[in-house]
Design a protein around this ligand. Structure first.
Ligand code: TRP
Ligand code: SF4
Length: 534
């Protein structure tokens, strides 16, 4: 888990994972599942695999993408086919997209090798969000490549250019979006520094397994990534999606955390002077409602100790119950009354004063917080952000993410940069691409006869994955046809691979032509291709 330079050989983190399939498929949009391997571990610099995507939901709290699919008006084929399988908090992005409100998409690429078909997924996700009206950002994580993988600057330059060419060739609009290198972006590094003051080493240990041997630069690359993720919100807060592989989830969670820690105010709901956690608040709410029913003057009549008694007598036993009762007892005769509380977390004095001014209705001002009685929670959140932004704060909205499945290696195991036959680079000679597909492992049976009888195992087949993730493009019918014909035994692997190999060859030819055309475009952009670093 720790900073381990031996991973330098492993190539990019997005590629050297293998996936496992599980879910059901629908005829219209067959799911693209790979073959089974180890256990779940989310390590941005490791080479772990994801065996069971369902575990990511249970163990890490990643949400299923299917749950938000309906809120996306014209979902990308990677969404429709379950390649994008998970998300954190994507709803605000989907909503902004529907309502034509500002939103952003950002992802980053470590220039450790050539871009390959795994990166293409992320390129496509960025481009799609850009086409949906989002501000799109593509960044070259050169500081990370240098510090976490030990790549030299010359090599970094070469690979950086190559990533940018492929991103442009696939349709990223650099006039509308922004491309940058971490090493050349001063605003970014300033933000990283600020965020670093809200993070400490114990957290790095807990989240990333860093230890006494971890280099300081590697740690800096972490806060740099945190800054990347919040960079689209430097001008104004907006929902932002980070399309990545699930290995990046620790970064996303940490960035969400830091975005909150940077906020001027924390808004909570309370019932009295003391704080409650969510479970306790729920219990107090029940007691309050019940007692308020029996009085004309709920504002002054209900005391904490009464609520404690009520809970003791009436509430079903729960783990939070006795803590809640204790807290309420300690409140004694203090009246119980619902309120929305603003805590001063990082506010300037001016901002605190401005907030007091801006609150309508009844309010009570204390040393580090303000209680309000006529505001609902949502309005309070909105007001807090507005005051923060007006007073020089960022007002960050916690960033969202979407996660795609890792592609299975063509040779059956992981896709790994150190094993060229296992993956297809976007720079591969088209004829080599053809050959690699022809040589790929399949989900086919030992004999043609058996295959006709039992059908192929498309869900276990790296070739089928190529169709679903890339070769059939937006054409769901085509993808469904391959799937159906395979599992029905109408399709045999020889012909299936021949077709896939030809499509791959065509794709690579066309992509490489477009890369050539993109060179001019790239030259005109304000991005340093030759690093001044040594
Ligand atoms: N750590 C990412 C990787 O290993 C690269 C990266 C840097 C990134 N900054 C980012 C990804 C911001 C998403 C968003 O590939
Ligand atoms: Fe894979 Fe095609 Fe063979 Fe089915 S027919 S197992 S999809 S190669």
């Amino acid at each position: 888990m720790a900073d381990d330079e031996s991973h330098a050989e492993e190539g990019d983190s997005r590629s050297d994972r293998t996936v496992t399939g599980a879910d059901a498929e629908t005829p219209a949009a067959p799911r693209a599942d790979g073959g089974a391997v180890d256990d779940v571990a989310l390590d941005p610099w490791g080479s772990s695999t994801v065996a069971d995507y369902r575990k990511l939901f249970e163990e890490f709290g990643i949400e299923e993408f299917d749950d938000v699919l309906d809120s996306v008006s014209e979902p990308h084929y990677l969404m429709r086919r379950g390649v994008i399988f998970g998300h954190r908090d994507y709803r605000p992005v989907a909503e902004a997209m529907l309502n034509d409100e500002p939103f952003a998409a950002l992802s980053g690429f470590m220039p450790t090798g050539d871009p390959h078909i795994g990166h293409k997924l992320v390129f496509d996700e960025l481009i799609w969000h850009q086409q949906q009206g989002g501000d799109a950002y593509g960044l070259i994580a050169d500081l990370e490549a240098h510090s976490a993988r030990g790549i030299q600057w010359d090599d970094i330059d070469e690979h950086a250019e190559s990533y940018l060419l492929s991103l442009l060739a696939l349709g990223f609009d650099p006039e509308e979006g922004e491309l940058y290198r971490q090493s050349e972006n001063e605003e970014l590094r300033n933000l990283a520094f600020e965020l670093g003051s809200k993070a400490n080493f114990s957290e790095f240990q807990a989240i990333y397994g860093f230890d006494g041997e971890t280099s300081i630069s590697h740690m800096q690359s972490v806060v740099t990534q945190m800054a990347d993720i919040l960079y689209p919100q430097l001008e104004e807060p907006k929902p932002t999606v980070i399309p990545v592989g699930p290995d990046q989830d620790p970064h996303v969670r940490f960035a969400r955390d830091l975005s909150t820690r940077m906020r001027f105010f924390k808004v909570t709901e309370a019932y009295a002077s003391f704080e409650l956690d969510d479970a306790e608040r729920e219990l107090v709410a029940i007691a309050y409602e019940a007692l308020a029913d029996g009085t004309d003057d709920a504002e002054t009549d209900i005391r904490c100790e009464e609520a404690a008694e009520w809970l003791e007598d009436e509430a079903p036993d729960s783990t939070a119950l006795w803590d809640t009762v204790e807290t309420l007892k300690a409140g004694g005769k203090e009246p119980l009354r619902p309120r929305v509380r603003f805590f001063d977390r990082n506010a300037t004095e001016d901002a605190f004063e401005a907030l007091i001014e801006a609150i309508d209705g009844e309010k009570r001002v204390y040393e580090g917080h303000i209680d309000t009685f006529d505001l609902d929670r949502e309005a309070a959140e909105e007001l807090a952000r507005e005051i923060e932004v007006d007073n020089g704060g960022y007002g960050f909205i916690a960033p969202s993410s979407i996660y795609h499945r890792f592609m299975t290696g063509l040779t059956g195991g992981k896709m790994s940069s150190s094993e060229p036959a296992s993956h297809i680079s976007l720079l591969d000679d088209p004829a080599d691409g053809y050959d690699k597909v022809k040589a790929a492992t399949t989900g086919g049976r030992e004999t043609a006869e058996k295959q006709r009888e039992l059908g192929g195992e498309a869900d276990e087949c790296p070739v089928y994955e190529l169709y679903a993730y890339l070769l059939t493009g937006d054409d769901d019918e085509f993808a469904a046809e391959v799937y159906e014909e395979c599992v029905n035994g109408e399709r045999l692997c020889g012909g299936c691979k021949e077709q896939a190999a030809q499509l791959m060859e065509e794709f690579l030819e066309e992509h490489q032509e477009k890369r050539e055309e993109a060179k001019e475009l790239l030259d005109d952009l304000d991005i340093q291709l030759e690093s001044s670093r040594k």
